[in-house]
Design a protein around this ligand. Structure first.
Ligand code: DP6
Length: 351
């Protein structure tokens, strides 16, 4: 009796550490994409991933990425699947480079397989890289036992994709760079339940965009308009921050449309020029201007793609949704409501 008790006591630490080791090699995380009211477009320092200007966004719930990272000593290289399909080429390289960064921080040389699932179309200006790299940051660091603060996680996530740093904190978020220290990370301005906004994403095309944000952004400096856009950014950020904190939809609408148009003006005047809008995008933006005149609290913004984010208050959403469904060329309408931060899930969770 006493013997068996001793036996179990000596085994307990081994079992404990064995289980712990297995647990720290695998982790799963969930993150939401975000839509920027004040856009990030262009880098001040590409190597350190410092943006040309600060930006403000809102996380989009209902839309999400779930990513499981499993570090396995048997693997000879990292692998990636996206919605069950193996990813190779540039997509895989980008993830491998990011995992290298996490491995360096952890001081461990072990490869991983990464399984990522999105519940929304990839590559059509819906910021799938934001939720993807935010989830990868959380799952990858947790799997290797790194314990980082939200600020550190956000700062790290931007090396995967700039906008990913804004998907780490919850709700309404601002990504700032401190000009003195060079620290660059996103922080919550207000929680998700601060303001009942809805982003109705009108899908005009779910094709992969021909020029991704990373390549497009490298051209920003070739536009004579980029300097003016960046110089005026602080003013727009102040307006936007104030509108969010004061729940002032009219001001938010004005500055959101201005900022999106300024970014697209930079894209269109770059060398070579980039046109992300489709005729249907412009038709819808003009229709929204008419709906505003009818008194609907609604506004638009477009990322590096043709789909139109039609943002409205919750009380207007049913009317806006119906109008969008009936709009010529709109294939589908997704809905996103303000969402919380990226978070870890239990590796076996079906959530
Ligand atoms: C137009 O974050 O996708 O959506 O840092 O190269 O990955 P990389 O770019 P990414 O760019 C987002 C650009 C944008 C505007 C925004 O979300 O702020």
């Amino acid at each position: 009796m006493i013997k068996s008790e001793n036996f179990s006591i000596t085994l307990t630490p081994f079992l404990f550490y064995g289980i712990l080791l297995m647990m720290t090699l695998k982790a799963k995380a969930l993150a939401h994409p975000n839509i920027a009211f004040i856009k990030y477009w262009g880098m001040e320092d590409e190597a350190r991933r410092i943006p040309a200007n600060d930006s403000i966004s809102m996380n989009l719930g209902c839309l999400s990425t779930r990513t499981t990272v499993t570090f396995d000593t048997q693997l000879k290289e990292d692998t990636l699947t996206l919605n069950g399909e193996p990813v190779t080429g540039e997509g895989l390289l980008r993830v491998q480079r990011f995992l290298d960064r996490i491995r360096t921080l952890a001081g461990k040389k072990v490869f991983a397989y990464v399984e990522s699932e999105n519940n929304f179309p990839i590559g059509a200006g819906l910021a799938s890289s934001a939720s993807g790299f935010a989830a990868l940051t959380l799952a990858g660091t947790a799997a290797l036992g790194l314990e980082f603060s939200e600020r550190e996680l956000s700062s790290l996530a931007r090396f995967g994709s700039g906008s990913a740093c804004r998907s780490i904190p919850g709700g309404f978020v601002e990504w700032r760079t401190d000009p003195l220290t060079g620290e660059s990370y996103a922080e919550s301005l207000a929680p998700a339940d601060h303001w009942d906004l809805v982003d109705c994403v009108a899908i005009l095309s779910d094709e992969h965009k021909p020029v991704g944000s990373e390549a497009g952004m490298r051209l920003a400096g070739s536009s004579p308009l980029q300097e003016a856009r960046v110089l005026d950014a602080e003013r727009r950020l102040d307006l936007c921050r104030g509108a969010i904190l004061g729940r002032d939809f009219e001001t938010l609408a004005k500055v959101t449309e201005l900022d999106s148009n300024m970014m697209h003006a930079v894209m269109m005047t770059a060398d070579p020029p980039l046109f992300y809008w489709l005729p249907g995008s412009l038709a819808l933006m003009k229709a929204v201007k008419r709906w505003q005149k009818e008194g609907l609290p609604v506004t638009t913004t477009l990322d590096a793609g043709p789909n139109v984010h039609v943002i409205c208050t919750k009380d207007a959403v049913e009317g806006v949704f119906e109008r969008l469904r009936a709009f010529p060329g709109v294939k589908d309408v997704l809905r996103g409501i303000p969402a919380g931060p990226a978070r870890l899930l239990s590796p076996d969770s079906q959530e």
